[in-house]
Write a protein that binds this ligand. Structure first.
Ligand code: FAD
Length: 437
C-alpha cells in the first residue's frame, strides 16, 4: 500500500518549475547555415552557445523538447568544486594517475569559479549562495577514507575541506545518522531552473538562436562541415557539439555506447513550521553522503522546505514508487519529519561514463561534452564553455577532461537493461557495510 505522504496539492513535477517551467515559447526558426550547431539545450549547450556568441562565433542550439526539459531544471542545485570527481555510480572512486587527479581537481575548481563569475556577470538571479557542503560518512571506514582524501582535495581543488567528528555532527545537521563527515567549504547552492532561465536569457540577449522542439534526427558530413537534420529543418554547420548528457540517443550511437543514463529522483516537502525548518541544517549547507547509492538534500531557497533527492531507483519510475522510498530515506535521517506531507516528486536523467569522469573531446568529427556522473551544474556549464573556447581557438590550456580516451565496454551496447539489478545489488552492499561497521 502507498503510504499517505502526499499533500492534497501534490504534483509529480519539479518544485523548481513553480519559478520557471520549461517552455517552447515562440518557436525560433532553425537557420539554414551557422558556424556551430549545438545539439541539446541544457546548461552545457547554452553555456557553449553563450561563450561562442561572446567570441563572435554564430551558433544555433537545437533542443528536442521544451527549453529546460532535461536535468538542468530538475537537479538538486548543489554546486561543487570537485568533491565528486571520479566517483562512479557504484560508489567507488576511480583509481586515476595522481598527476591527472591534480589537473582534474584544478579544472573542477575552475568550474566552480566559472559558475560564480557567470552568475555575477550575467546578473542571474538564482538564489546563489556559498554556504558549503557536508558529506556524511555512512560508516566508520568511510570517515577514515574521507580523512585520507582531504589533503588531495585541499591541495588541488582549494576545497577548504575539513573533517567533522561524530560528536560535533549536530553543528551541521539535526541528526545522529552519520559517523561524522567532511565539510567542503568551497561549495554552493542555487535554484537550478532560475539559473537555467538566466543562461537562456543571456544567450537570447546576444542573439543566439535557441530552437525548442527541434529534435536532431540525422548528422552527416557535408563538405568541410556537417548537415544537421532536425524535426524543424536542416542546418549546415562547420562544427557540431553534442551536449545531450543523460538523454543521449541513437543519433550519435558511438556516444550512446559510452554513457549510461541513470535516473535520479527528488521530493520536496510542504512548508515546514519555521522553527523546525531552521533547525534541520543549521548552517544552510547542502548535504550528501558516502553511500554507494547516495542521497543528497538541502533546504529550499526560502529555507522552508526540505528538498530531498537520491537514487531511489536507477531507472525512471512513477512518483508513487520513488517518493515513498525517498520519504523513508529522509525520515531515517530526520525522524522529526515523520508525518510531513510531500508536495512535489520528480525524476530526471544523469549520464555516467565508464571511468566515472566527465568527458569532452572530438569523436568522428563531432565535439561532445558529456558525462556529468551525477554532478553537473558547475561541470557541464564548464565543459560547454571549454568546448566553445576550443572551437573559437581561444583556449590557452588543454582542459584535463579533453582526452582521446572515452572508454566503452564490449558488453555495453547503449541499452542499460542491467540498471535495476545493479541498483539492487549496491543497495544491498550499502546495507551490509552499515551492519558490519
Ligand atoms: C534529479 C537530479 C538531481 C541532480 N542534482 C544535482 C545537483 O544537486 N548538483 C549537480 O551538480 N548536478 C546535479 N544533477 C546533474 C545535473 O542536473 C546535470 O549534470 C546537468 O543538468 C546536465 O546538463 P546538460 O546540459 O549536460 O544536460 P541536460 O540538461 O540533461 O540537457 C540535455 C538535453 O539534450 C536534449 N536532447 C537529447 N537528444 C537530443 C536530440 N537528438 N536533439 C536535440 N536535443 C536533444 C534533451 O532533450 C535535453 O534537454 C542532477 C540531475 C538530476 C536528474
Amino acid at each position: 500500500m502507498v503510504p499517505d505522504i502526499f499533500d492534497q496539492d501534490f504534483t509529480p513535477t519539479p518544485y523548481w518549475w513553480e519559478a520557471y517551467r520549461p517552455t517552447a515559447g515562440e518557436l525560433v526558426d532553425v537557420p539554414r547555415s551557422v558556424r556551430v550547431a549545438i545539439v541539446g539545450g541544457g546548461y552545457a549547450g547554452l553555456s557553449a552557445a553563450l561563450e561562442l556568441a561572446k567570441r563572435d562565433v554564430d551558433a544555433v542550439v537545437l533542443e528536442a523538447n521544451e527549453l529546460g526539459f532535461g536535468a538542468s531544471t530538475r537537479n538538486g542545485g548543489a554546486v561543487s568544486g570537485g568533491v565528486n570527481v571520479g566517483k562512479s555510480f557504484t560508489g567507488r572512486t576511480t583509481d586515476i594517475d595522481p598527476v591527472r587527479v591534480t589537473a582534474m581537481l584544478a579544472d573542477a575548481s575552475d568550474a566552480f569559479a566559472l559558475i560564480d563569475r557567470l552568475i555575477e556577470e550575467e546578473g542571474i538571479a538564482c538564489c546563489w549562495e556559498k554556504p558549503g557542503r557536508f558529506v556524511g560518512a555512512w560508516t566508520k571506514k568511510h570517515f577514515d577514507a574521507q580523512t585520507h582524501r582531504l589533503a588531495v582535495l585541499n591541495a588541488a581543488a582549494q576545497g577548504a575541506a575539513y573533517m567533522v567528528p561524530r560528536e560535533r555532527q549536530r553543528e551541521e545537521i539535526a541528526s545522529d545518522y552519520y559517523f561524522g563527515g567532511m565539510v567542503v567549504d568551497r561549495s554552493g547552492k542555487l535554484h537550478p531552473a532560475l539559473y537555467y532561465r538566466g543562461l537562456l536569457e543571456a544567450c537570447r540577449r546576444r542573439g543566439v538562436a535557441v530552437c525548442a522542439k527541434a529534435t536532431v534526427t540525422a548528422l552527416s558530413p557535408s563538405g568541410a562541415g556537417w548537415r544537421v537534420e532536425s524535426g524543424r529543418g536542416t542546418v549546415t554547420a562547420g562544427d557540431v557539439v553534442i551536449a545531450t548528457n543523460g538523454y543521449t540517443g541513437w543519433v550519435t550511437p558511438a556516444l550512446r555506447r559510452r554513457v549510461v543514463p541513470l535516473a535520479s529522483h527528488i521530493i520536496a516537502t510542504k512548508e515546514l513550521p519555521e522553527g523546525l525548518a531552521r533547525s534541520l541544517v543549521p548552517k544552510g549547507r547542502t548535504l550528501s553522503d558516502t553511500k554507494r547509492v547516495l542521497c543528497y538534500y538541502r533546504m529550499s531557497p526560502d529555507g522552508r522546505r526540505m528538498v530531498f533527492g537520491g537514487r531511489a531507483r536507477f531507472t525512471q519510475v512513477n512518483a508513487t514508487v520513488s517518493a515513498p522510498i525517498l520519504y523513508r530515506y529522509m525520515t531515517d535521517r530526520f525522524p522529526q519529519l515523520r508525518g510531513v506531507k510531500v508536495t512535489h516528486a520528480w525524476t530526471g536523467n544523469v549520464a555516467f561514463t565508464l571511468d566515472a569522469l566527465p568527458q569532452m573531446g572530438l569523436r568522428d568529427g563531432l565535439h561532445y561534452c558529456l558525462g556529468c556522473n551525477g554532478s553537473g551544474v558547475a561541470m557541464m556549464t564548464y565543459l560547454g564553455w571549454q568546448t566553445a573556447r576550443k572551437i573559437a581557438r581561444v583556449a590557452n590550456y588543454a582542459c584535463s577532461f579533453d582526452t582521446e580516451d572515452f572508454p566503452e565496454h564490449p558488453l555495453y551496447s547503449g541499452n542499460p537493461w542491467f540498471l535495476p539489478i545493479v541498483g539492487g545489488y549496491y543497495r544491498l552492499r550499502d546495507n551490509l557495510d552499515r551492519l558490519l561497521t
